[in-house]
Design a protein around this ligand. Structure first.
Ligand code: HEC
Length: 241
């Protein structure tokens, strides 16, 4: 009787497992790309950094988005006196009374070339409401969006880890490390989700988001590659029985 290791599984099972693992692999890369494109740009710079996570969950309570941008990537878009004037208006709560007589024209002159209806990806600054929105203090993620994302994340991703772990359970691997690797993604998933909530309250916890995400990516990566290798490399096949 052959032992129950991946190399000895019937072809059809290995094909199912392989298809699943490859799809998950592509999915993980897409998830990574999506994180880079949403959270990764939160501080206005390309690439995921601690600041991105702090901005995404805790927010940037010292100022509004427009102030941050006008001192950052939008600095070159208007002369200093115009920038400072917009910042002053934003700090005063961007009163609508000043929009028609003054700021509508300012935004039209300096910002609307890019921030107008035709450039749909950017907020349209020909409309007061959109300008108002970026002048509000950035409170980070809302509690309602956190509860929604948390439960989707926990339910959805734990299924992925269960199947990856179940397949890997049949790999030839040091028993202790096998158990550690199977538990790790679940543990780090909980750390990751908890860290969003903690970061919302205290920005220092952003580290846990990075550690959590890194931890389960590495653990599932090892399980994924080990399982794929053992299903298809001839030396993991038991030819004696
Ligand atoms: C040459 C084109 C261009 C001009 C002119 C321009 N912007 Fe931008 N703006 C961008 C681009 C591209 C982005 C997205 C990249 C980024 O956030 O740096 C952006 C992003 C922003 C954001 C962040 C929007 C969001 O929701 O993330 C704000 C706020 C902003 N601009 C304000 C302004 C203001 C105020 C002016 C006028 C003084 C202005 N911009 C002029 C191209 C422009």
């Amino acid at each position: 009787m052959k032992d129950w290791t991946l190399g000895n599984f019937p072809l059809a099972l290995r094909v199912v497992f392989t298809s699943f693992l490859l799809t998950i692999g592509v999915g993980l890369m897409m998830a990574g790309a999506q994180i880079m494109m949403t959270h990764g740009m939160a501080d206005g710079k390309v690439g995921l950094s601690l600041d991105d996570i702090v901005y995404s969950y805790y927010g940037n309570k010292t100022g509004s988005k427009i102030e941050g941008k006008l001192n950052g990537s939008m600095q070159a878009m208007a002369p200093d006196e115009v920038r400072l004037d917009i910042i002053k208006w934003a700090r005063a709560g961007a009163p609508e009374a000043d929009w028609e007589p003054k700021y509508k024209a300012v935004f039209a002159q300096y910002c609307a070339i890019c921030h107008s209806a035709e450039q749909t990806a950017l907020p349209n600054f020909t409309q007061y409401d959109n300008v108002k929105h970026v002048t509000e203090t950035d409170e980070g993620a809302s509690f309602s969006s956190l509860t929604r994302v948390s439960h989707i994340h926990l339910f959805g991703i734990s299924f992925i880890f269960m199947f990856v772990g179940m397949i890997f359970a049949f790999a030839r691997f040091n028993q202790t490390w096998k158990i550690v690797l199977i538990i790790t993604p679940f543990a780090f998933l909980i750390i990751d989700v908890l860290s969003w909530w903690l970061t919302k309250l205290m920005p220092e916890f952003a580290w846990f988001t990075i550690i959590g995400g890194f931890g389960y990516s590495v653990a599932s990566g090892i399980m994924l590659f080990t399982s794929l290798a053992q299903m298809w490399l001839p030396r993991f096949r038991d030819t004696t029985a």
